[in-house]
Design a binder for this molecule. Structure first.
Ligand code: PEP
Ligand code: MG
Length: 286
């Protein structure tokens, strides 16, 4: 089986690490469930290639727009609100455990962080973390090495997660905001539907307020908060994101250099008050 691409394009563009490694592409590349060893080799490669820079690997995020035949997921009338991402992992623990074992084994070869997608409740995070603990116990008993410095974080991509971010921040090491889904779920606008046009507005103040809320709550608990959705590369919002205090913007390799230039040009202290006032108004509404 061919291993998926590693982080070389990221390094060419001098990225600070990988803020979102979509592990589902490993599963999409296969005709059957990828084995623990196959996944281990893929994660090990990207971690080794990144030479000690942080690599945030998101656990399986399928369902909704990403369907995989061999999962035999039942047809759903409303798949974006259905059985997807972490929900599948918690309902099918054998799949989740295989992935987590591969991830922890690979953690011995670089700086790994693990991130859970599509969180809506505290109990989901606790259950996912319990599985991490079980996997670590197993590996220890088997004498398989792994790093004990793996951070565990969650995506904030549902309004529930943003609203509960004060509670969720006590459970994890970081937040990464998935603005693609956060916009979809906040505005009740299907991200796949091109006919929605101006109704799908990622600059909507409701979305921006949720971003600020999650970031503020993360900082209150002393954890970092970034953005890993498309909005992170939107240069019109860079000043605002810096004013809010976001710690990381994760973008595709080709967007790294323009974004870095924009960040370097931005005088955060000057814009902070003005932009935060705008954020709390409805100026950004259409
Ligand atoms: C997001 O929802 O913003 C995100 C980064 O995840 P994906 O686009 O893969 O759903
Ligand atoms: Mg998403």
């Amino acid at each position: 089986m061919r291993l998926p691409p590693s982080g070389s394009r990221n390094l060419e563009n001098d990225g600070g690490g990988i803020g979102l490694f979509r592990s589902e592409f490993l599963y999409l590349n296969c005709d059957d469930y990828p084995t623990e060893d196959y996944q281990f080799e893929a994660y090990k490669k990207v971690l080794s290639d990144m030479g000690g820079k942080e690599v945030v690997i998101r656990t399986l995020d399928i369902g909704a727009d990403k369907m995989i035949e061999y999962f035999h997921l039942p047809h759903e009338e409303n798949p974006a609100l259905g059985n997807r991402a972490l929900r599948i992992c918690l309902n099918r623990p054998e799949i989740f455990k295989t992935q987590l074992r591969a991830l922890y084994r690979a953690s011995a070869f670089g700086r790994l962080s693990i991130m859970f997608p599509m969180v809506t409740s505290v109990w989901e995070v606790r259950e996912a973390k319990k599985m991490c603990e079980l996997v670590k116990k197993e590996l220890t008993a088997e004498g398989i090495p792994f790093s004990d410095e793996v951070d565990v974080g969650i995506m904030i991509e549902t309004p529930a997660a943003a609203i509960l971010s004060d509670r969720l921040a006590k459970e994890v090491d970081f937040f990464s905001i998935g603005t693609n889904d956060l916009t979809q779920y906040t505005l009740a606008c299907d991200r796949q539907n091109n006919d929605l046009g101006r109704f799908f507005n990622a600059h909507h103040p409701a979305v921006l307020r949720l971003i600020k809320m999650a970031c503020d709550n993360a900082h209150k608990e002393g954890i970092w908060c970034g953005i890993c959705g498309e909005l992170g590369a939107d240069l019109e919002l860079t000043e605002l994101f810096l004013s809010i205090g976001l710690d990381e913007l994760s973008v595709s390799p080709r967007a790294v250099l323009p974004l870095r230039q924009k960040v370097r040009e931005t005088q955060v202290r000057v814009v902070r008050e003005k932009l935060l006032a705008e954020l709390l108004s409805d100026k950004n509404e259409l």
